[in-house]
Design a protein around this ligand. Structure first.
Ligand SMILES: O=C(O)c1ccccc1NCC(=O)[C@H](O)[C@H](O)COP(=O)(O)O
Length: 210
């Protein structure tokens, strides 16, 4: 199982030292983990760790510009982007796209069908007051209703305490297309500053047992 550490900013080199498959960077200026407008030096992130840029309802031109500037490998759309927005972004930004959704009790998984032509992955996150980084789990059993074949990333408040439940979840039919686990605020000493010892424990679990 692959893993992504999201919301990186203040200790990039230490996180990169743990060799996660992906590192995420937040380009939404209202996030407490947002990169500063002038960017940060990403040279500590080696090429084999894929850089994921997280955007919220951002225009395609800005996403293209940031993707070039920071040599992003993936673009994650974490707002209310409509299929037409996603199509425009896909056309302008020649990178794999991840579209985030936050399923709750009455979520219509049929909505996703309008996106599959343009996106490479879905990411399922918790619905909350913020577009992302809310820090608590959603009911993963909702994903039993996901009958698509687009691979997805599981996200939302995953912490060390989630590991046992994750093992159980990954054995369920709803997890058939789950290809990566995304972690964020449960592994921080402060927003954007990751807790390396907690990440090490998670890596051990995800790479050794899950
Ligand atoms: O992390 C943020 O601050 C954030 C803000 C706005 C949009 C997306 C954001 N994060 C995107 C992620 O992929 C997070 O890892 C995901 O939302 C889960 O975060 P958490 O619930 O803290 O584990």
């Amino acid at each position: 199982m692959k893993w992504k550490v999201c919301g990186n900013r203040d200790n990039l080199e230490e996180v990169a030292g743990l060799e996660p498959d992906y590192m995420g960077f937040i380009y939404w200026e209202l996030s407490s983990r947002a990169l500063p407008a002038k960017g940060v030096d990403l040279s500590a992130v080696p090429q084999q760790i894929k850089r994921v840029g997280v955007f919220v309802d951002e225009n395609a031109e800005t996403i293209a510009e940031m993707s070039r500037r920071d040599q992003l490998d993936f673009v994650q759309l974490h707002g209310n982007e409509q299929p037409s927005d996603v199509q425009k972004i896909k056309t302008l930004v020649d990178l794999p796209l991840i579209k985030a959704f936050a399923p709750s009790q009455h979520f219509d998984f049929g909505t996703l069908d309008q996106y599959t032509e343009w996106v490479d992955y879905f990411l399922f996150d918790t619905k909350g007051p913020l577009p992302g980084g809310n820090g608590y789990e959603f009911d993963w059993s909702l994903l039993d209703q996901y009958t698509g074949s687009t691979p997805y990333w599981l996200s939302g408040g995953i912490g060390l305490e989630s590991i046992e439940k994750l093992e159980e979840f990954l054995r369920q039919p709803g997890a058939k297309h789950c290809i990566a686990i995304d972690i964020n605020s449960k592994f921080e000493d402060a927003p954007g500053l990751k807790n390396i010892s907690a990440l090490k424990k998670f890596r051990h679990a995800i790479k050794g047992e899950l």
